[in-house]
Ligand binder design. Structure first.
Ligand code: MOS
Length: 751
């Protein structure tokens, strides 16, 4: 089934924030932000700007009626700077004018004096200075100190992974206006409507019931709007609430890139120990997460790094520590994978280092250490329905991995200046928010008395196709045609206390809540039909909008039964609530059962490298992926393909650069390269592993948003292998992204 949103998208009819018709008299807001990465504000003079014609008002922290605070996990982030600034682009004042052009002109008239302090941009330096956002955390298993003595081989190294710009097509923005009952309504481009509601309520000093957040859809998010939408929504709300006029804010691309946080860069040390037959006996890693100037979601992201630091392997003795470091960069935030890619890159690097030193293919170590049924993850959960070896074997056979490897060997023998490389990238990704309490959702279903259906949930549609999946759930549960179903906007007044649409779990959580609501409604309709047919409700079933009695078709249609139920005063509205069962986690012991299930898969990635120029092409990405029992192969394949290309981008070409003063250098699309069609793999094939799928996935269809991102990590190692084929003396380095410039230096550095 196709994505129900596609016709709207391709004809331009889908409504995004910027398409909402604005009210007459709407004002426009722009942000005056800090030009300095770290310093004390000596003075802020807005008088001249305020006098400019067309300027309605300029807000500073002094104008905030509630708390000047937008921190989601920790209250460490002001909406508008007070006495200090901590990164370039930190909002200091909000300029509100009759139009955006005027507001922008006034930026230049704001006078700020800042006593500069030394900025810190390196997480290791931050850690040495004691600048941590939260205390470090460590996951341990076995006895690491004892284990080293049992290892035949021990290797150490460092790993650097870079940031990543979300580059959602729709930038951050919000549109806010007051309602007549002392309330405020905000249209926000957010993954987390409740986070926006809560933050706005806090900033305005009013209860949450007076804040309504409305989200039609997002033009992409990728995690960038899980937390960071709240600030911009709060700004629009602040101005609208005080001025009693509608206010809109919509960031220019350059401002969005400069002011918002990105994927966290990590700098890590590892030590890996293996037995004589390449069993990984011990793995130790210390990782320094570059958190930026405020906690944002860093503590949760650090947690997922820990959970996934051994990827798809069973390692009996581990000790992994993550430091969340405070630096003078925009607060880094959620990005597809949520810390897992950074963690997986470290263990894969450790394996690659061991393989290089032992002169064996990394695959020999990877395959030997795959997680098996009933192995215990380092966080205590016992692994069940482990599909990693199955995915690997199927990839080996389906794509003839032996032949791929031999072809590459032959090719590299025959070609001097062009080399090919291959890597295997296994993935094991846990599904559920790592914070147990976030794993809940609600769905509100109305069956109108003409038989049509309206569905509201907490899920935010951001291009990932969650609305289509939800429509499928309802269609199946109510046995009606999908055309009868309308997915409503996401709105905090209809569905409250929502978790953000993230952690790949939008369809699972909201789908299960929806399923419960639909099942309850179905029960009522069966009772109505039973009364009409003078039989017991157990005898009734529905199929294709028709009631069946004891398996025999009747002349009672969906419309008739709905209409009759309505006349009989049966409630045709239901609110479903779902909380993932089974899961729990104890932060004191760092053990528990945090995930509903895991997603597995394996990718084979091959590349061709031009050894004169350092340029390369990603040839094939050949995947065996465990979708469970996919409820929508078109959407799931689309998610998989997009995630892989995004993962390859992170690993190979997307290079975020700040200078020492904390200024973003890669601040436009001419200096920041994202994958285009020419840099996408030439062949991207995916073979679905045949499995039943877990009970806890919606209709046994596994979550898809994040797991495939990490296949992209294979591109990095495939390139390393191609470099090594040309330059055998090259000592493998783990510094991503592996841009053509870096490749060129590595091709020739030890010749
Ligand atoms: Mo996603 S990175 O969990 O918003």
């Amino acid at each position: 089934m196709n994505n129900i949103d596609s016709p709207g998208h391709v004809t331009g009819k889908s409504v995004y924030l910027d398409d909402i018709p604005i009210q007459k008299g709407t004002l426009h807001a722009v942000v005056f932000s800090s030009p300095i990465a770290h310093g004390r504000i000596i003075s802020l003079d807005i008088r001249e700007a305020q006098l400019m014609q067309g300027i309605e008002r300029i807000f500073t922290f002094k104008d905030i009626p509630g708390k000047n605070q937008i921190g989601g996990i920790i209250e460490d982030e002001p909406l508008l700077a007070e006495n200090e600034v901590h990164y370039i682009g930190q909002p200091v004042a909000l300029i509100v004018a009759i139009d955006e052009h005027t507001a922008r002109k006034a930026i230049k008239l704001v006078n700020i004096k800042i006593e500069e302090m030394e900025p810190v941009t390196d997480p290791r330096i931050a850690k040495d200075k004691g600048l941590l956002l939260v205390p470090p955390r460590t996951f341990r298993t076995g006895d690491i100190n004892k284990a080293w003595s049992e290892c035949k081989y021990i290797f150490e190294g460092t790993v650097e992974s870079g940031g990543q710009e979300h580059l959602y097509i729709e930038t951050q923005g919000a549109y806010a206006y007051t309602l007549d009952n002392k309330s405020i309504k905000i249209h926000s481009s957010t993954q987390g409507p409740t986070a926006v509601q809560r933050t706005v309520a806090m900033v305005l000093g009013i209860p949450m019931n007076r804040v309504e957040v409305e989200v039609a859809r997002l033009g992409g998010a990728f995690g960038g709007k899980e937390d960071q939408a709240s600030g911009y929504a709060s700004m629009a709300a602040l101005a609208a609430y005080i001025l009693k006029k509608p206010v809109k804010i919509s960031l220019h691309r350059a401002d969005d890139m400069r002011m918002t946080g990105k994927r966290h860069p990590y700098s890590s040390d590892f030590k890996i120990g293996l037995s004589a037959n390449f069993k990984i006996l011990a793995f130790k890693s210390t990782m320094f997460q570059n958190g930026g100037a405020a906690a944002d979601l860093s503590p949760a992201i650090m947690e997922r790094t820990l959970f996934h630091s051994t990827n798809a392997y069973f390692i009996p003795n581990t000790e992994v520590t993550v430091y969340s470091c405070k630096t003078n960069l925009p607060p880094n935030t959620a990005f597809r994978g949520f810390g897992a890619p950074q963690g997986m890159f470290v263990i894969e690097s450790a394996i690659a280092r061991a393989a290089a030193e032992l002169k064996i293919p990394a695959r020999a170590i990877q395959v030997k250490n795959f997680l098996k049924e009933n192995d215990e993850f380092q966080y205590g959960q016992v692994a069940i329905n482990v599909n990693i070896s199955k995915c690997y074997r199927e990839a080996y056979e389906t794509y003839r991995l032996d032949k791929i490897e031999n072809d590459i060997i032959d090719f590299n023998k025959e070609n001097k200046l062009v080399k090919r490389g291959m890597a295997l990238m296994p993935v094991c990704f846990g599904i559920s928010f790592t914070k147990t309490r976030m794993n809940q959702a609600r769905a509100l279903v109305h069956i109108y008395h003409d038989g049509s259906i309206g569905i509201s949930t907490a899920a935010v549609e951001m291009g990932q196709g969650v609305n289509t999946k939800l429509a499928q759930v309802a269609s199946r549960a109510l046995c009606v045609n999908i055309d009868r179903i309308k997915l409503e906007t996401t709105n905090t007044t209809r569905v409250s206390n929502t978790s953000p649409t993230s952690a790949s779990s939008g369809a699972d959580l909201n789908g299960n809540a929806l399923l419960k609501a639909c099942n309850t409604l179905m029960k009522r309709l069966k009772e109505t039909a039973a009364a009409m047919l003078e039989c017991k409700p157990e005898m009734i079933s529905f199929k294709d909008e028709v009631a069946f009695k004891n398996g025999h078709e009747t002349n009672i249609s969906w419309e008739t039964v709905v209409e009759t139920a309505f006349f009989n005063r049966v409630c045709l509205t239901e609110n479903g609530h779902y909380a993932t069962p089974v899961i729990w986690f104890d932060k004191n012991t760092e053990k528990g059962h945090p995930f509903a299930y895991h997603v597995y898969g394996t990718a084979i990635i091959t590349v061709t490298l031009d050894c004169l120029r350092g340029t390369y092409e990603i040839d094939d990405v050949l995947v065996v992926h465990d979708f469970g029992n996919s409820m929508n192969p078109a959407i799931d394949t689309g998610q998989l393909e997009g995630a892989i290309v995004q993962g390859i981008g992170w690993m190979t070409m997307e290079e975020i650069a700040y200078n020492k003063e904390g200024k973003l250098l890669s601040n436009s699309l001419s200096t920041y390269k994202v994958p285009d069609i020419y840099s996408a793999p030439k062949v991207l094939e995916c073979h679905a592993l045949e499995t039943e799928g877990p009970e806890l996935a919606i209709m046994k269809s596994k979550a898809i948003g994040e797991p495939p991102f990490m296949y992209g990590i294979g591109a990095f190692f495939a390139l390393q292998n191609a470099i090594k084929a040309f330059n055998p003396g090259y000592k493998i380095e783990f510094n991503a992204p592996l841009t053509p410039e870096k490749v060129l230096m590595r091709l020739y550095n030890s010749l």
